[in-house]
Design a protein around this ligand. Structure first.
Ligand code: FAD
Length: 497
């Protein structure tokens, strides 16, 4: 077996691993990445169909934090990556379709507030309070990464109220602010960007995303998300980093509580340091079981695995703009809401009542072809138990159901779909190894605490990325940068001592 000696090994060439690698590597510090897939990106990958003429994104790459005040812009600039990327911006954040109305939410905070006030004048007091909370609690939570770097001082005055908000769900929070069920559903639908539903995600966490989306400028990388991943991968290699594709990590050798070697499918890495961007649940299975304290495993087992998703990829015979999709993205929201009971969560009700996003990829990037993507959250549900034939039949059934739902809002698309393909949580699992096909890490529920993940039981092991710090392009890249910076500082301090 080939031996590779390296100062630090990153598991996973997703956005977190690539940003960490680019920041951590230096002439006297070697870093390698082992990736199980054959290309870089993790969820930020694409695939092509119809003789390479149409490109589909696996995730959707609406990227926050790109404005002057954005943490992502700050991180990419400091990591020397910003100038390598081109972003595209749109006038709208999204268009929410509910009860026959299409509510265009513009891309800026003042515009969103004005729109909400125009549609829901009776909810003025709640809207004012929401925007005040976004500016205070949302901002404070958003600045967490900068606080770790010592660049933001916590406002202690806000902390007590912030804690209270983290003890309630987003839906409970909206119920306190509003008495019009439609504005509650409009605002709740935004949870899909966090891979969450409003009756689960804690309100403090949700407010940080509203700050990011409303205040820090959201955009799309030019080309699909694969361009972003490939750019970061190329920069890493130019800095001397090595990426080992098709090379899943299988097990880790530990002596005492120190990492000695990491065994991958094609080689053994000799290293004392691992940055794991895969699921901590999976990582724990790679370790000798006697070195995991029961208390750590128990805390891990108490976390709830987050939502997966279904995406239906469509190719039309003409530009989607000509068939009624003249905006970049729509959220189709059922006015009955998505707060479902156990039975509804497990039958087809979830496909009717969960928010369905419809993205016009042709408008995002004409090179993508006449591509439209439908995405809805889903859980492992029926997907993992079916045999191959039954799985394919079920996949077709749900695909048709979701297309029918999209056609209700965009009837002109009828008869113009020339290609369709669908991914499920089972597909996620196959390509990313994520437990239950989750696409968004662990659920950030009220009173949930994932901070223990910052102190794994093994010396030299670090968790970074969507699983430990919350999902999203900005979060994964920012915290990849932040944790690499903190480590670098520690290395310098150790040298001085
Ligand atoms: C449908 C969808 C839409 C989304 N839309 C948006 C959006 O619009 N905006 C946004 O900000 N975020 C969005 N997201 C979320 C975002 O894509 C992710 O949070 C982010 O890409 C996660 O990056 P990561 O590097 O932390 O993890 P991942 O991308 O999961 O990377 C982890 C990597 O580890 C690898 N790996 C796992 N196990 C092993 C092993 N044993 N050995 C080697 N490698 C291994 C995996 O193959 C993977 O490449 C979306 C996600 C989905 C699924």
């Amino acid at each position: 077996m080939k031996i590779v000696e390296v100062d630090e090994l990153i598991i996973g060439a997703g956005l977190a691993g690539l940003t960490f690698g680019n920041t951590s590597i230096s002439d006297d510090y070697s870093v390698a990445i082992a990736e199980m897939h054959f290309k870089a990106g993790g969820y930020a990958t694409n695939f092509r169909r119809i003789k390479n003429t149409v490109a589909f994104d696996c995730s959707q790459h609406k990227i926050t934090g790109l404005g002057e005040n954005g943490n992502l812009r700050n991180a990419l600039q400091r990591a020397g990556l910003w100038d390598k990327l081109q972003f595209r911006y749109f006038d709208e954040l999204t268009t929410v379709c509910i009860k026959g109305q299409k509510i265009d939410l513009p891309a800026d905070s003042a515009g969103i507030k004005a729109t909400l006030l125009r549609y829901f004048p009776s909810q003025k007091e709640g809207i004012e309070k929401l925007f005040e909370d976004i500016q205070t609690h949302g901002y404070q939570n958003y600045m967490f990464a900068r606080m770790l770097l010592g660049e933001y001082e916590i406002n202690r005055y806000l902390l007590t109220d912030g804690r209270k908000l983290s003890n309630i769900t987003t839906r409970e929070y909206f119920n306190r602010l509003f008495n019009d069920p439609i504005i509650i559903e409009v605002m709740s639908s935004i949870a899909i960007y966090l891979g969450a539903v409003a009756h689960e995600a804690n309100a403090f966490y949700f407010l940080h995303y509203l700050y990011a989306a409303f205040e820090t400028k959201a955009g799309y990388v030019e080309g699909t998300s694969q361009v972003l991943a490939d750019t970061l991968a190329n920069a890493f290699k130019e800095r001397g980093g090595q990426i080992f594709y098709r090379n899943p990590i299988l097990s880790i050798d530990v002596k005492g509580d120190r990492i000695m070697a990491v065994n991958a499918q094609k080689c053994t890495f000799l290293t004392h340091k691992i940055v794991a961007t895969c699921s901590p649940h999976i990582l724990m299975k790679m370790l000798p079981q006697d070195c995991i304290p029961d208390s750590f495993q128990e805390s891990l087992d108490n976390l709830k695995i987050g939502w997966g998703h279904i995406s239906v990829y469509l190719i039309l015979d003409q530009a989607p703009e000509l068939l009624g999709l003249d905006k970049s993205e729509y959220l189709l929201v059922n006015h009955l809401g998505d707060n479902l009971n156990e039975k509804q969560l497990n039958d087809d009700t979830r496909y009717q009542q969960f928010t369905l996003s419809v993205t016009n990829y042709h408008l995002l990037d004409a090179q993508s072809g006449f591509a439209v993507q439908l995405t809805i959250l889903d859980h492992k549900g029926q997907w993992f138990d079916l045999d191959k034939d039954a799985y394919l039949i079920e996949k077709k059934r749900i695909e048709n159901l979701l297309i029918e739902r999209a056609l209700n809002t965009f009837p002109d698309m009828e008869g113009h779909i020339v290609f369709k393909e669908t991914s499920t949580p089972r597909t996620n699992f196959r390509y990313t190894n994520s437990p239950e096909g989750s696409a968004f890490g662990y659920k950030v529920l009220p009173r949930e605490n994932t901070r223990f993940l910052y102190n794994p039981p093994i010396q030299g092991l670090k968790f970074v990325g969507g699983w430990s710090t919350g999902p999203g392009y900005e979060t994964s890249m920012c915290l990849g940068f932040t944790h690499a910076m903190l480590e670098k500082r520690k290395r310098v301090e150790e040298l001085v001592v």
